[in-house]
Write a protein that binds this ligand. Structure first.
Ligand code: GLY
Length: 400
């Protein structure tokens, strides 16, 4: 296959339309409320079929079959989280039992001082478990994980370091946009304990991120580096995006969702302003092709591979922003993203596939995980659909 024809095949609905082979961008002609309902039903059917056979944490697929991590890596919260979402939708005790068993396997990570990903790990799994079951062990474990997370706070630079053990000087000054998603664990801990130390750090980190990551046009880099000893800013960088000046679509989505959440928890307008700037930046891209390209500034844009997980996260964030602001443009765009994922990315036609959503990109720059399924793609796709179809139950479970 030539580079050009491969790019057309991988390049999403817009590129496909250009050669007349597949539905037009957005797939809105085929998808709609009924299609989204069918997407949710399909997700539940797929989980019912595969979940009883899974006892580790899905990380990504290789030729449509899950490959696993035993420790949970950074993704271990999404599998129990997805099972909790399936339980909300069906009330089936099978999903509750599997969700509890899976969440329980994360217990050793509560004291992990090697990563910022404790929110990703413990929010969809243990915080949701507490909200659904009322069992105190989940709450207590989530607070323990918060105690681990705040040890990563750099008081000079007012940020939570992303990577590396807290005693490791390597990466000590590295901040990433993804961390915005780990802050809600800290708001949960403050609410439960009455101790503001957690939420204070969350707010400080969000302010630092807003100050250094937000570009005037509303785009963001993946990484910003600081001198860890003095807190002096060094400059933007990237690991998963195309370049320090590009805009990695999943990172932009993490930022959108994260800043909206910080506004929800604090009521402070500065955070809503950031969230809307990030969202307004991506709306024009999504109008052209609602399944985001992996990096909005890829030099091959718009004919480059997609990241359906970025689309699913973006849809969740836009639905939340629509609810908060009453701006219907956000809701319409979210629905068109979900329609496009449903129409062009689901695994419905495969007899091999173990996941729900295909066409995700884990790490394009490292040539790792391209055109795969990702547990966060599945999780946020189902979360977004529950925002539409079961808003009250979802709000109670994830704290909306
Ligand atoms: N948080 C890592 C990623 O989004 O790939």
């Amino acid at each position: 296959m030539t580079a050009l024809s491969r790019r057309l095949v991988l390049g999403g609905a817009a590129a496909a339309a250009a050669i007349g082979g597949l539905p037009l961008a957005g797939g809105t002609a085929q998808a709609g409320p009924r299609a989204l309902r069918e997407g949710l039903d399909y997700a539940v059917r797929k989980l019912r079929a595969v979940a009883p056979g899974i006892s580790r944490f899905p990380e990504e697929t290789k030729f449509e079959k899950w490959i696993y991590t035993d420790s949970g890596g950074w993704v271990g919260g999404f599998w129990p989280g997805l099972l909790w979402l399936a339980h909300l939708e069906t009330k089936d005790p099978l999903f509750r039992r599997l969700a509890e068993e899976s969440a329980e396997r994360l217990a050793p990570r509560r004291t992990d001082l090697g990563t910022h990903d404790l929110g990703f790990l413990f929010y969809p799994s243990w915080v949701t478990a507490y909200r659904v079951t009322g069992e105190r062990e989940w709450r207590d474990g989530a607070i323990q994980a918060s105690d681990s997370l705040i040890r990563r706070y750099n008081t000079k630079g007012r940020f939570i370091r992303a990577w590396g053990n807290i005693n490791d000087p390597g990466n000590a000054g590295r901040v990433i946009i993804d961390t915005m998603m780990n802050l809600d664990l800290l708001f949960f801990a403050s609410k439960e304990t009455g101790d503001a130390k957690y939420s204070t750090i969350a707010v400080e980190h969000a302010r630092t991120t807003a100050k250094y990551f937000l570009r005037p046009d509303g785009s963001t880099p993946h990484v910003y580096d600081f001198d860890p000893a003095t807190g002096t800013p060094i400059g933007p960088n990237t690991v998963q995006g195309y370049s320090p000046t590009s805009c990695w679509s999943r990172g932009q989505a993490w930022g959108m969702y994260g800043f909206t959440t910080v506004y929800r928890r604090t009521g402070q307008r500065e955070f809503l302003d950031v969230a809307t700037k990030l969202a307004d930046h991506v709306l024009p891209y999504l109008r052209i092709d609602p399944v985001p390209i992996w990096d909005y500034r890829s030099p091959y844009a718009p004919h480059d591979i997609r990241d359906s997980s970025a689309g699913a996260i973006t849809a969740c964030a836009l639905l939340d922003l629509a609810k908060i602001t009453g701006n219907n443009r956000y809701r319409e765009t979210a629905v068109s993203v979900l329609n496009a994922i449903t129409d062009t990315c689901l695994t419905t036609k495969s007899s091999r596939a173990e996941a729900i959503v295909g066409r995700g990109t884990r790490h394009r720059g490292a040539e790792g995980g391209i055109e795969v399924s990702l547990p966060y793609g599945d999780y946020y796709y189902v979360e977004a659909l529950l925002r539409l179809f079961r808003p009250a139950e979802l709000a109670a479970a994830i704290g909306l």
